[in-house]
Design a protein around this ligand. Structure first.
Ligand SMILES: [Zn+2]
Ligand SMILES: [Zn+2]
Length: 218
């Protein structure tokens, strides 16, 4: 598997392209906020001869969906996220004003709902879907238990893409649209802190961490 991170838009969202040797690509929060960022993403996809198969959103806050319209139009895939976050796509203009975050074109509506226990699979890539409400009602974490060789490196520990549920040294805020800190903490304890300690975490913003490092807070 290959893993390519991008940091996009004024909010510094970490977006990811996961791909296999056959060129199947899964995009997680590819939230390109400008034409330049869109082109950087497109260039990577083209240069590596990738076919975009899935467009996954950890949640539907505006900063995470800014690239959806471009990806949908360019590669013919629709965004996928949890049904309980779908209402946020009706509030994109409101979020744009509230956060002072410019939006080039609104995200199209979801083409598929993802739920707890689903898995997204291509040869050499398997992501399990974990649902944790609290930062947003439909927050998702994507867990890759056996990443195999990543970017040519063997024996890579499990990987977790939790969006804004969990950050290095903190967690997502719960004062926005349907947030709930109690639910968030409970979900993190029950569903993330039970993962192997060596699991490498790639949060929606900021630096990487591990489950072992974050366990002290829970
Ligand atoms: Zn968020
Ligand atoms: Zn965010």
């Amino acid at each position: 598997m290959n893993l390519k991170p991008f940091v996009f838009n004024p909010f510094g969202v970490n977006g990811f392209v996961l791909s296999n040797d056959a060129g199947d690509a899964i995009l997680i929060d590819p939230s390109a906020g400008s034409e330049q960022e869109e082109q950087a993403l497109a260039r990577y996809i083209e240069q590596n001869h990738l076919t975009v198969r899935r467009l996954l959103n950890t949640h539907l806050h505006l900063d995470h969906v800014l690239g959806n319209a471009f990806i949908a139009k360019t590669y013919g895939v629709q965004p996928e996220a949890h049904e309980e976050d779908a209402f946020l796509l009706d509030l994109q203009e409101e979020q744009s004003q509230m956060y002072g975050l410019p939006m080039r074109e609104p995200s199209p509506s979801l083409g598929n709902y993802l739920a707890e226990g689903d898995s997204i699979e291509f040869p050499g890539i398997k992501l399990q879907v974990i649902h944790i409400a609290g930062h947003s009602p439909g927050g998702l974490a994507f867990y890759c238990e056996k990443p195999g060789e990543v970017n040519g490196q063997a024996n890579v520990p499990p990987l977790l893409f939790p969006g804004d549920i969990l950050f290095a040294g903190s967690r997502g805020r719960s004062d926005l649209f349907g947030g709930d800190d109690h639910a968030l903490v409970t979900g993190i304890k029950n569903k993330l802190m039970t993962l192997p300690k060596e699991t490498v975490v790639f949060p929606g913003h900021g630096p990487m961490t591990t489950i072992g490092d974050e366990a002290r807070w829970y």
